[in-house]
Design a protein around this ligand. Sequence first.
Ligand code: PMV
Length: 327
Amino acid sequence: MTETCIASAPGKLALFGEHAVVHGRHCIVTAIDKRMWVKVTRSNQTILTSKQMGLYNYIIKDGVNYPKEVAYVARAIQRVSGYLGRPIKAEIETWSDFSADYGFGSSSAVTVSIIKALMCMNDLELNDKTLFELSYGTVIDVQGRHNKSGQPLASGFDVAAAIYGGTIDFSKNEVVVPLRSGQIPLLVAYSGSKASTVELVNRVTELCLDHKVFCEALFNISDQIVQLAKGALAVENWEELGKLMTINHGLLSSLGVSSIKLDSLVSASINAGAYGAKLSGAGGGDCIIAIVERDTRLKVENAIKREGGTIINVNLNAEGARIDKKD
Ligand code: PMV
């Protein structure tokens, strides 16, 4: 019988199509080489330790309203128990290669890793589709639905990136399409503040209930940008990819999710020689991404730093969820 399993899943960066993907359009997301790790050990009670979150032997029981960080773990356990038809108890330890502030998808990566690890402890291996259903279900349990439209606030793009890895074309209710891409010359910079994805998705969904015609048009353009970006990625046309990023940024700005800081980082990057730049993720804060050739990289990095941004070194196209150890 398996006593202990360690599983891990990558964080992600949204390259194109965020927000529109919540409303049924496509997006492009890439898995990064910074991972979230979960170790589960068979036990007679469920306790969580996460040094990064300041949690030590935190007891998890059913029917309690947990803070967000714990809620993903608690809900994932419930989902796995429901799937297996019996209660699951385990000592759980989580740790991560990156700060939860960056918007790299720590919640989805921890959810996927914990479900994968718990299945491994029960000598089961789920196919990707079932792992996605259980993980996405967990994320919806925690993030909820929009109170008027009733649609889930999360598209599941980050869950898909954590499971499949690589760079993918994702849209709700369609199969994930892996995209072949070389090392994209991408620069990532943290704006210095954390954004609330749920709040921003709610804001856009609310805006779009009142301005449906405009939003539909913007989402359709976003979808076209994604299609063009897939073409540019395939032939490694970085200049075109950059231009598409800048257009996508303007579109997200029209939806009201950019900020003075994000705009200034995007402008600074482009003025210093980047082919293009955009906010990545829900907006409001977190990170910007820019397409920058090797010879202008230092100049762009310095311009970003002068605007108060922090350069984050990540590699893209990382491996998806995996079992790292089984005893
Ligand atoms: O804030 P992030 O990095 O989790 O990205 C959110 C992207 C949205 O499209 C706004 C939401 C979603 O679930 O697709």
